[in-house]
Design a protein around this ligand. Structure first.
Ligand SMILES: O=C(O)COP(=O)(O)O
Ligand SMILES: [Mg+2]
Length: 233
């Protein structure tokens, strides 16, 4: 594991807050199926997975607006209500069918739990999408709390969802590790006062994740437990 700040070793964590898309589950196939179903219903051109990848991470509202702009819709706000209705319809119909849990996720999280850490999932995805996805992938039992992009007034990169999640767990932000895949997660964590580790394999808006200000960058969640000093200095 590449640690950028040796101070991280001095932390003894009570909990971890784990991002969903791009961190635990590769959901690009689901996003592609739901968005292209929506576009077909609206008689608009299809979008590639590569283009979608750079738009994921800031919640569904941002995603739909970005996709409509990408296919050159001029009246985005006029089309938005129907687009959102069609997107929800398609997403809920396929949720998890074209998505895969990344290697090492289950093992890494189980090991954190075995070390006594409490786990919460915090995603910018709507809660109504996140809960069935975690259940479909058999990950739901790992988490004491699950919060979505619509659970609080503001989404990541605002610190509010992290602070609210710490409050729900009853843990101090400085003793609660954020595990994510994008600058959204890192910025929210920094502002909330949570240490933050990013995975190298997710979606970071088309930018190299190694350039993001975080405490470590890891290739698998299993690395968190392969270096016990990281967790219990
Ligand atoms: O924007 C999304 O729907 C995905 O968000 P997440 O990376 O916070 O899970
Ligand atoms: Mg993510």
């Amino acid at each position: 594991m590449h640690l950028r700040h040796s101070a991280l070793r001095s932390f003894d964590f009570d909990a971890a807050i784990v991002d969903l898309d791009g961190t635990m589950v590769d959901t690009l196939g689901d996003f592609s199926a739901a968005l292209n179903g929506m576009l077909a219903d609206l008689q608009l051109p299809a979008i590639t997975v590569q283009a979608i990848e750079n738009m994921v991470g800031k919640g569904s509202e941002h995603l739909i607006r970005s996709v409509l702009a990408h296919v050159k819709v001029s009246d985005i706000e006029g089309v938005y209500p129907q687009a959102w209705e069609r997107y929800q319809h398609h997403y809920l119909a396929i949720n998890g069918q074209y998505a895969q849990v990344y290697d090492g996720v289950r093992e890494g999280l189980e090991a954190l739990r075995a070390q006594g850490l409490r786990l919460a999932c915090l995603t910018n995805k709507p809660l109504a999408f996140a809960q069935p996805l975690l259940a479909a992938k058999g990950l739901d039992g790992l988490f004491e709390k699950v919060f979505g992009g619509d659970s609080f007034e503001r989404k990541k990169p605002d610190p509010l969802p992290l602070l609210k999640t710490c409050e729900a767990l009853g843990t101090a932000p400085a003793r609660t590790l954020m595990i994510g895949d994008s600058s959204n997660d890192a910025r929210a964590a920094r502002a909330a006062g949570c240490p933050v580790v990013l995975v190298s394999y997710g979606y970071n808006h088309g930018e190299p994740v190694q350039a993001v200000d975080a405490d470590a960058c890891i290739a698998s969640l299993q690395e968190l437990t392969a270096a016990p000093a990281f967790l219990h200095a």
